[in-house]
Structure formats: structure tokens, C-alpha cells
Design a protein around this ligand. Structure first.
Ligand code: ZN
Length: 257
């Protein structure tokens, strides 16, 4: 019972307000990153399921973006200044999550009050370690000391790695982040509607195309029709496949064979 309540409390930490136009990227453990369509409207969402088990980052729209390339960003993410704290925070986050949700109730059940306080002490120690690691990671990104304080909470501490990564990517154009983190097919597929809109004179938010070569992407898209089994129809804008119909239900664009 206690385990369920603690698990629920940590899960609630994953609830976040997502501004309109945000790009949400997600990965499970060390799996591949996935991306969603930009958020149509601001809303409250359950984003992270027991981060760092599921890591979710939100790229909220910015007025302007850092001039950076995929190569530079990759080098930064793989560099010691970010890679090490991110890795440490992820490992510590998993340990702290398990210690909090399973360790504390089980220690109480097995060893009584002494067990409970010992487990609690371990959780506090882990939180302090996470807080310190996040503080130094954040300092390198130019964050003030106060920024890391919310992550002293044992329920929020597991999210520290996610918060640091999000902070590092905050001013990077979404397409550059996508191109760096996502597998190539996923990235190209995600860019399809933006490229389509730009090519066909439709309205497109320029920030989604920042940092990419539209011409190259268009060529790359032309070589990748969406996977289909046999004689399907598909939407040239979003890449969705259809069995019949003449326009895409989502985009209102004429389907092609
Ligand atoms: Zn479509």
C-alpha cells in the first residue's frame, strides 16, 4: 500500500504544464528518442513516467535560438561537462527512486523504526548528492544556485537528469535537437509536414526549420515514402497512410498513391 502511494507521488512529479508550440521528446531508459507533433495548445500533461525510467524533455518555443550545429551539439552532449553529470544523475535518480519507493517501506516492514530511519537517511543522502551534482551541472550552463533547489525533494530528485538535459537544450532550435537525438528516419519523418508546408507555400513557423537545410531534407524525404504494404495511399504532408479516401483527415491534403 505504502509502495503504491509513494509510486503515485513520484508519478505526479511527472505532471507538467506544456506551453503551446512545444516539442516533446521522449525516451525509455537508454532506448531511442521519439518525438511528438508540436503541442497545439497549452495543457497540463503527465510527461515523465518515473523519470529517469522514462525521460521526457520539453522544448518550449523561444524568440531566438543559439547558432549551433548538429555536430556542435553532439560534441557538447558527449563532452565531459554534460555527459558525466547527466550519466551520474541518471544512475543516482534510479537508485533514489528505488530506495524511496521500495526501500523505505520494505525496511520499515522488515526492521521496524530503525530500518525506516536508516532507509530514510539513505534517501536524504542520495537527494543531497543529486542536488550537488545538479548544482554543478547547472553552474556550467550558467544557472543560478537557486535553480536546483526544487530537486532536493525526494519525489523530484529522480527528474534531475531530465531537467539538466532540458536546460542544456533550451536555446537550441528544435530541428537541431531532433536531428541530434532522433534516429534519422524518425527525424526526417517528423520534419515532413514543415518541409511540405514550406515547399507548398503554406504557413509554417520558421523556428521549426531553423538549423536545417530544407533542400537536403526535401531530397531525403523524396527517397523515403512512408512504409506501406502494397497499394496504399498516403498523405504527402504528414506521411500517414490510408486505404481509401482522397484527402488526409488530419491535413486536408490530397492523398497520393
Ligand atoms: Zn496528413
Amino acid at each position: 500500500m505504502t509502495i503504491a502511494i509513494l509510486a503515485l507521488l513520484t508519478l505526479i512529479e511527472g505532471m507538467r504544464r506544456v506551453p503551446a508550440g512545444s516539442v516533446v521528446l521522449r525516451r525509455v531508459l537508454f532506448g531511442l528518442w521519439t518525438v511528438e507533433r508540436p503541442e497545439p495548445a497549452e495543457r497540463l500533461r503527465l510527461l515523465s513516467w518515473w523519470s529517469p525510467i522514462v525521460t521526457t524533455i520539453v522544448l518550449a518555443p523561444r524568440q531566438s535560438y543559439q547558432k549551433t550545429s548538429v555536430t556542435d551539439l553532439r560534441a557538447r552532449l558527449d563532452g565531459r561537462e554534460l555527459y558525466t553529470p547527466l550519466f551520474d544523475l541518471r544512475v543516482l535518480g534510479v537508485v533514489e527512486l528505488v530506495a524511496l519507493v521500495l526501500g523505505v517501506p520494505l525496511a520499515l516492514q522488515r526492521f521496524g523504526a530503525i530500518g525506516f530511519f536508516a532507509a530514510l537517511g539513505a534517501v536524504v543522502l542520495l537527494c543531497l548528492t543529486i542536488f550537488t551534482a545538479l548544482l554543478f551541472g547547472g553552474r556550467k550552463l550558467g544557472k543560478r544556485w537557486g535553480w536546483a533547489f526544487p530537486f532536493l525533494s525526494p519525489f523530484a530528485a529522480p527528474r534531475a537528469a531530465e531537467a539538466l538535459l532540458e536546460e542544456a537544450l533550451r536555446d537550441v532550435a528544435p530541428a537541431v535537437v531532433g536531428n541530434t537525438l532522433l534516429p534519422e528516419d524518425a527525424f526526417v519523418g517528423w520534419m515532413r509536414p514543415f518541409v511540405y508546408d514550406a515547399t507548398n507555400g503554406r504557413e509554417v513557423e520558421h523556428r521549426f526549420l531553423e538549423g536545417v537545410n530544407v533542400k537536403e531534407l526535401r531530397a531525403s524525404l523524396a527517397q523515403r515514402p512512408p512504409s506501406q504494404n502494397g497499394q496504399g495511399l498516403w498523405c504527402p504532408r504528414c506521411g500517414a497512410t490510408f486505404i481509401h479516401g482522397d484527402s488526409c483527415s488530419e491535413c486536408g491534403v490530397h492523398l497520393v498513391a
